[in-house]
Design a protein around this ligand. Sequence first.
Ligand code: ATP
Length: 500
Amino acid sequence: MANHDELFKQIIAHAKEYGYIFPSSEIYDGLSAVYDYGQYGVELKNNIKQYWWRAMVQFHENIVGIDSAIFMHPTIWKASGHVDAFNDPLIDNKDSKKRYRADVLIEDYLQKLEEKIEKEVEKAKKKFENFDETLFRKTNPNVLRSQEKIDAVGDRFAALMNETDLAGIKSLIEELEIACPVSGSKNWTDVRQFNLMFSTQMGSVAEGADTIYLRPETAQGIFVNFLNVYKTGRMKIPFGIAQIGKAFRNEIVARQFIFRMREFEQMEMQFFVRPGEELKWFEYWKEERKKWHLSLGISEESYRFHDHEKLAHYANAATDIEFRFPFGFKELEGIHSRTDFDLSQHEKFTGKKLRYFDPETNESYIPYVVETSIGLDRMFLAVLSNAYTEETLPDGSVRVVLKIPAALAPVKAAVLPLVKKDGLPEKAREIMDMLKPKMMCQYDDKDAIGRRYRRQDAIGTPYCITVDNETLVDNTVTIRERDSMQQKRVRIEEIVKELV
Ligand code: ATP
């Protein structure tokens, strides 16, 4: 198997070749960090959305969904803190003229140290029988040295970020001798703050202002509709409001394909609870969301929680669910206990009471909020990169197969007449018509059957249904399963039962 960079490039190329993801405006040479989803991509994306929506809204009687507008009153972003504080620290390399996120340069440095530790562990694992990893990590001098450095730099970095000490961040980059990956030089500008919100103009907005923002998160659409939903839905605490929608961030450096985009989608849920009960619910949602991820059959080793030690001023607990992407463990989903910060701010800025009357305690209060926030596109990338497999078959040939969980696969079944004659296409069409109302299917009669199987493997279709001469005699077909490539003979009336 190729190294991680190579593998990632192959996944990107595969996504394009098989109609999953195209660079936006490609015939105009593309638009940086913006992507379009192709014919299979849109199906996978819709299936992920549906899988999330069902788990969050349909399965929880106390969660309802909304779909709020992208444009919102500009003061909302003042109240939420985004106008003043939704910044990333940016730094330029004077020689290459390349721009970086200063915090990411330090994070990458820390990640390299972690990779060094992992390498030591892997090396030792191969060398010793009955290898005790915990003991090794506690005693090996190389590991200890790297770990000490990670802890020391990590603590200092967190403190600098917390205090928004831009000069301190620059000093740290210099002390660690971090070089520009392009020029190799350490000739850096000062660190500056950069607001990530996109703004645009709208005819007439309140208070004469005409600047409005493309929302950088969907959550505020939920907060400002809290009263509407609470009253009209006759909701009782604890209850949640979920939303899937576009968000926009003018990311300084948008690399890594659909991992960091300037236009992306979020699937967010704000859970409103009694003050004082938020940490209990925070733990509950950590578990629930983990279960959701594991229910897709992706291995547990691909996930890890990363608890935030330093918290945003409005949060009293936060964790990231990180996924092992081809470029390492990175945030896939955030779970945050946001206290009553957002609703309190909207109360302050609007003068309207955003309170819940609790019939059990006879009190009115601003609910506390636990949110779960996952990037749809990042989840897409997690599913895609986990699915991409190159396999050498017994005959020496290599097949590329997308082992996408069947529940999410863009096409559930392909119907393939063995040959394009003898009445087989007609029979296959009958089967297509039978399956079409129940699942997304594809009919294909072009090329030899082996090539058609490969094409479906590359798309990630879990089942191929082949119609042959026997079908005309006894009404049976073969069903080939994508991952095992096992085939079995099934009666046409039983196909649906076999596939679900
Ligand atoms: P990061 O630290 O990677 O920039 P974040 O902590 O700013 O992410 P949140 O504000 O917590 O992210 O957003 C919630 C989720 O939205 C993230 O976990 C991620 O899955 C997704 N997300 C955030 N920014 C982007 C982006 N630029 N492109 C794609 N998905 C994103």
